[in-house]
Design a protein around this ligand. Structure first.
Ligand SMILES: Cc1ncc(COP(=O)(O)O)c(C=O)c1O
Length: 463
């Protein structure tokens, strides 16, 4: 798409105002137009000469501003062709060359940002932002726009939800931390899936809770064991929708039978990532008192830091009152962008799911080829695979892996009491070629362990 010098001049408006040299003011203004989406990615700008004429300035000024933008990654330039709009981060081939050598990080289960989708969402957010300028911007429940959008997300999933049953948080982890603060007392007992999401374990143990682990095995959840444990629990925390780390989905028959008397937090962070099964009905449909938490971190991008709690207004009021000791609300621009993403159904993109499925299949195939001893259930959703080795080598493998160019999360981090020494969690959020490379490196680390040459690295952070 070619953009004329008249169009750029119109968008730039009074670009000459302000301090500093003219070329700097021009490059600053053009950068803003790129960031807010008015100069779209891939658009071809007018030539330096045409733009200089259109703006009534010198070609030197335009040339200097284009060079600044190109140096900072906002323009791609080539001799005798128009400069095109891009975002910083390097071209695909530059990134590829750099990556061959770098360590592959399999400790994070989180996707890279869908750049253009995010860009469009932030452009919408910036347009809407002035509506909020008259207010102070500290809103502990979240903006009306995002609360509505989240309520509609539940309604689309078959769960009627008024907007006042939603409180916006800075990610699902923040939601969990707030609920832990409000619902748990020291020495309180928390029922957890076992294995489960490690940062949930940390949140509960730091609150000095005692954990009641209920096994999630290769055949899934055991309703009777869950019911039995819930009798003595003060809180339950479940990940029924594409469980982290196994990728399993709790069957409707189990959901229907659960009757817990204790408050139950249902983590639906992965709910939009159904790969092989229809999207599950929200657990709260069968357990109306359930407190649901969610996020756009896995379905769009973790860097947004937008999550939420769905609960009765009486509980949300307690959460809202507990909030000021650690935070006074969620950034407004990110909330508006998240609302745009939810309203446009960008948290469930068929193309993204197709890609995730292909990456999962590539990972499983590479495991079969290079680590045939590993047993792994096919995850039906989410973004992680739970691999089982015949021997308890997980922690030693995680320590050795960085010497071979890959980092992984060891199984014991997903459980308590040293369980899961035979397991590792492998995310499939990287491109298939990187996953194949990672598995080859892991196989080399495995071989090094077998030969008695292990590593000494400390565990990587994970998500
Ligand atoms: C099950 C589960 N809950 C919560 C979180 C935290 O999500 P957020 O990035 O929204 O804080 C994660 C992230 O890995 C997760 O896997």
């Amino acid at each position: 798409m070619k953009i004329s010098s008249h169009a750029v001049a119109r968008m730039l408006g009074t670009w000459r105002e302000g301090p500093g040299p003219a070329h700097q003011r021009l490059s600053d203004k053009l950068r803003l137009l790129i960031l807010d989406g008015r100069l779209p990615l891939g658009a071809a700008l007018p030539s330096e000469r045409d733009l200089a004429t259109g703006l009534g300035t010198s070609r030197t000024t335009v040339g200097a501003s284009f060079r600044t933008l190109a140096e900072h990654g906002y323009l791609a330039t080539r001799a005798r062709t128009r400069a095109t709009v891009r975002l910083p981060g390097g071209t695909g081939s530059e990134r590829q060359a750099g990556r061959e050598a770098e360590t592959i990080d399999l400790s994070f289960a989180a996707p890279a940002a869908p750049v253009e989708i995010l860009h469009a969402a932030f452009a919408t957010a910036l347009e809407q932002l002035p509506r909020h300028f008259e207010r102070h911007g500290y809103d502990r429940y979240g903006t009306a726009e995002l609360r509505e959008a989240i309520a509609h997300w539940y309604q689309r999933r078959g769960l009627p939800t008024p907007a006042d049953h939603i409180l916006v948080t800075n990610g699902a982890q923040h939601a969990l931390a707030l609920l832990t603060r409000v619902l748990l007392s020291p020495r309180g007992r928390v029922l957890i899936d076992h294995p489960t999401y490690p940062h949930a374990i940390t949140a509960f143990t730091q609150a000095r809770a005692r954990l009641l682990p209920v096994a999630v095995t290769s055949s899934g959840w055991d309703t009777d064991q869950l019911q039995e444990a819930a009798k003595t629990a003060d809180l339950a925390y479940l990940i029924p929708d594409f469980h982290n780390p196994t990728g399993m989905c709790m069957p409707t028959s189990v959901r229907r039978r659960l009757r817990f008397a204790c408050p139950t937090v249902v983590d639906e962070t992965m709910a939009d990532l159904a790969l092989d099964v229809p999207s599950p009905e929200p657990l709260a449909l069968h357990m109306p008192a359930a407190i649901s938490i969610g996020s756009v971190s896995k379905s769009v991008w973790g860097g947004l830091r937008i999550g939420w709690i769905r609960a009765l207004p009486s509980l949300l009021e307690r959460v809202e009152q507990a909030r000021p000791t650690t935070d006074l609300g969620t950034p407004v621009v990110e909330q508006l962008a998240a609302a745009a993403l939810l309203n446009e159904h960008q948290t469930r993109r068929p193309e993204a799911l197709r890609q995730l499925r292909a990456q999962r299949d590539a990972l499983q195939h590479a495991l079969g080829e290079h680590l045939p001893e590993v047993d792994a259930l096919q995850p039906v959703g989410g973004m992680t695979l739970w691999a089982t080795f015949p021997a308890p080598i997980s922690s030693r493998l995680a320590a050795a892996a960085p010497d071979h160019g890959v980092t992984i999360a060891a199984g014991p981090r997903f459980g308590i009491g040293g369980a899961f020494e035979r397991n590792i969690r492998l995310p499939y959020t990287l491109p298939a070629s990187r996953l194949r490379q990672a598995v080859r490196r892991l196989a080399r680390a495995r071989q090094a362990l077998a030969q008695g040459t292990g590593g000494t690295h400390t565990p990587a952070p994970l998500a």
